[in-house]
Design a protein around this ligand. Sequence first.
Ligand code: HAM
Length: 419
Amino acid sequence: MIQRPRGTRDVLPPEGRLWQAVEALAHEVFTAFGAEEIRTPMFEATELFVRSVGETTDIVHKEMYTFADRKGRSLTLRPEGTAGVARAWIENRLQDRSHPLRLYYIGPMFRYERMQRGRYRQFAQIGLEILGAEGALADAELLLALYEFLSRLGFADLVVHLNNLGDPEDRPRYLDAIRSTLAPHRRALCSDCQRRLDENPLRVLDCKVDSCQHLAAEVPAVDTIASPASRRHVAEVEAHLEALEIPFVRNPRLVRGLDYYLRTVFEVVSPALGSTAVICGGGRYDRLIADLGGPAVPGTGFAIGEDRLIEVLPAAFRARVLARPRLYLVPLGEGAHRTALALARAWVRAGVALELELAGRSLKAALRRADRDGFRGVAILGEEELAAGVVSLRDLRRGDQQRVAMGDVPGFWHDRCGS
Ligand code: HAM
């Protein structure tokens, strides 16, 4: 039997309803904050990710699905969304539109990761980017939109971990500090980190190997070298969060695993899942678009891992979505088929979620199935009902049954289900 590739998942019923509900809320909340949806390709020129995410990052170095197309061009399945948004911004001259532009996206990303809980090789991200605003207000608004979205899903215990990566001008001093701290322990680092120490020492700090993490703890925290301007920036973000009562902690060890960040960086952690369960990551990237050959446009953004988010969804949200009432329309005998189809059309148009019995079940078998599959009601259409222009509507929650005129069913049903 052919099996799905390692690290991929099938979303099976009824879980698809949770994905729909989460995405519907993302559309609603981010649109309400003035964002527009952007859809970029699922594969891009490999060079885009090398130049934006960074050649020495784990993502580019080990995790990309890279292939040559039939003309020999090197393409890569996108491992993240920000690079594609930046490319689209430049290519479509979005700087000509009024700024800032808030862009959000929902879609699959691909990383060849080692298998472990919550890590997949195809996973979905829900991301939001604000382009063209350099102040702390933009970072605060971004975090506000994120927190609003997560709160409406019912999360109450999430914590924002925040840090200051400083400005690019601060970086050489910091890299020197990492090198001088770690050089004496070079041989105790993993082979990747020995190479990173020469090429991009910052990346040693987010290595997942235990012994490297141990040594990285010796390095001074990155925010200690941050410029006064970047300190003011991040302090202002923190003051906004305090005023909004959005809980956050300063995490001086947070450096993020991608090269394009400066100043504000953050992650959202679910304490229920432990400190490794990062649900969302993001930060500011004011040089990315210019580094890719575009104009100097500042940016700030985040991406939520949708698979992980759904794994830890609050029970109340999950129950509410899965319990959405459905009506089971059961024609008894072929004579009722045509009317049943016409009713299905009319009732669906009136906003009733229903399912038409297709397998010719008897009344008894249909009632058994309705019970097993969690239908709220059964609309029975037998010969007698057909002749009288009614259905017998059995409400499985209340345990009663009434004859309702066919045209009155949507109103009756909405009253019953409170929607
Ligand atoms: P990232 O931290 O690499 O950032 O990914 C964001 C989120 O995607 C993570 O917090 C995690 O929830 C989820 N994620 C990452 N890899 C996997 C995986 N293998 N399986 C399941 N979920 C995963 C970015 O991608 C940046 N582009 C975020 C950003 C947007 N920064 C600025 N704008």
